[in-house]
Design a protein around this ligand. Structure first.
Ligand code: NIG
Ligand code: FE
Length: 418
């Protein structure tokens, strides 16, 4: 049993009332200017202002006291949407896009996601593990303490299961918590181009039962997009996944508004992600169904797209989460501070709203809010120290990471000074 007291910190955190924060509550942050945080065996026991809490009996048994030297202390970032398990980067394709070839056109020509599929099929499980581990370590240095990773560069049962095993092994060997998502419906395998419906049937009848039996993936996701999976096909896949016990996510309304957001509402998905082109009816349907909108501004940056209508979504009452979408194609970044900055500057979220989006709501988006996402009694002591007075520094001090120390379950896992 070890009890640690972190003191002299400017603590900023959302509080967890049992559901994601939305509407005017999206930016409900508690601030403790002379804050303290007490944890025992990695679990938060007290949080608040030094003056009020030092009287409590728990403070008599502190083993270690840590002076945070006035740094801002926030919950560790939760990144609820990544494709960090990949074999190769695609820098040439990035330059091709800069020259004007659209993202979906590159995919149509057999590149994009399909070139990542070729690379992941060829690479050994051990090499894929090393690359994924490095990607997660990089994310961790930017303050991510909990994240999601999708499969989806396999597109056949064998390689999808291989990716999920790699994600599971990284999770077991690194202090951050990782949630796995099955994304067998990420693109149509080119062998099925003449009959995509047969590929959907293979996902439903072969991949989903195998993934459910393996038991690593907690979520199932689908890339619902023009030229990829239609709303009908997405519904078929997601219903099968739900029946086999997985929770649901969708890549929805990214390039074209096919009604993906509305389908996420119909199926009561945990989250719908991207939502650049969602119409007002879809937004309302998602609010009514309790879907979380996971917005990915780094993808808009990289694809030069118009950002999601985050302000209008907040006004409509849709809870917003933020994620990197880290992948070798549409968004190559592991940095939640970068995403935070884009959300504040280009999607007009206030820093308080972005903080909730990058922590508590993000934890809800991957079903991890019981452990992570806010500094509440009973949750893991996962938190960051920032060089700055408030979370606004994450947007204000642009192009750098103001994260100076990272704690996971009360233990330091990274420190700028070492
Ligand atoms: O979320 N849009 C589909 N999937 C990813 C991109 C994956 C890739 O290009 O490799 C996304 O943007
Ligand atoms: Fe994605």
């Amino acid at each position: 049993m070890s009890t640690k007291l972190f003191r002299n910190a400017r603590i900023h955190t959302p509080h967890d009332n049992g559901s994601p924060l939305s509407g005017i509550s999206q930016g409900d942050i508690s601030i403790y200017e002379q804050g303290i945080l007490l944890c025992r065996d990695g679990i938060i026991k007290h949080i608040g202002d030094e003056r009020d809490l030092l009287k409590s009996a728990d403070f008599k048994q502190v083993d270690i006291e840590i002076d945070c030297e006035g740094h801002c202390l926030i919950p560790g970032f939760v990144d609820p949407h990544t494709h960090m398990c990949f074999a190769k980067t695609r820098e040439k394709e990035f330059v091709q896009r800069l020259r004007g070839t659209p993202y979906l056109e590159i995919l149509k020509q057999g590149g994009g996601i399909l070139s990542s599929v070729n690379a992941v099929r060829k690479i050994s499980e051990d090499e894929l593990y090393e690359i994924t581990l490095n990607n997660v370590m990089s994310a961790m240095r930017f303050g991510t303490t909990t994240l999601e990773i999708k499969s989806g560069y396999g597109l056949n049962t064998e390689t999808e299961l291989k990716m999920l095993r790699v994600i599971d092994k990284v999770n077991k060997n690194i202090p951050v918590d990782i949630v796995a998502t099955f994304l067998g419906a990420h693109a149509i395998d080119s062998a099925f181009n003449v009959d995509p419906e047969r590929f959907v049937t293979m996902i439903v009848e072969e991949m989903i039962p195998a993934v459910a039996e393996q038991g690593i993936a907690k979520f199932c996701d689908v890339f619902c997009e023009k030229g990829v999976f239609s709303v009908e096909q997405s519904r078929r896949i997601l219903k099968a996944a739900k029946d086999s016990g997985m929770k649901l996510k969708m890549h929805a309304d990214e390039v074209y508004d096919l009604g993906g957001g509305a389908l996420a509402a119909e199926l009561k998905a945990t989250s719908a992600d991207h939502l650049l082109t969602s119409n007002d009816e879809s937004i309302k349907a998602m609010v009514d169904a309790g879907v979380i909108a996971t917005l990915l501004p780094a993808t808009c940056y990289s694809l030069k797209k118009t950002y999601a209508r985050a302000r209008e979504m907040v006004i409509a009452g849709l809870p917003i989460a933020l994620a990197t979408d880290c992948n070798p194609g549409s968004s190559y970044t592991e940095s939640m501070p970068f995403v935070f900055g884009l959300a504040v500057m280009n999607m007009r979220l206030m820093p308080e709203e972005a903080l909730t989006a990058a922590t508590l709501n993000a934890a809800y988006a991957i079903n991890m809010a019981d452990k992570a996402g806010s500094l509440d009694i009973g949750k893991q002591a996962d938190f960051l120290l920032l060089q700055g007075e408030s979370p606004a520094v994450l947007a204000y001090h642009a192009g750098v990471s103001p994260v100076t120390a990272i704690y996971k379950k009360g233990e330091i896992i990274w420190n700028l000074k070492t």
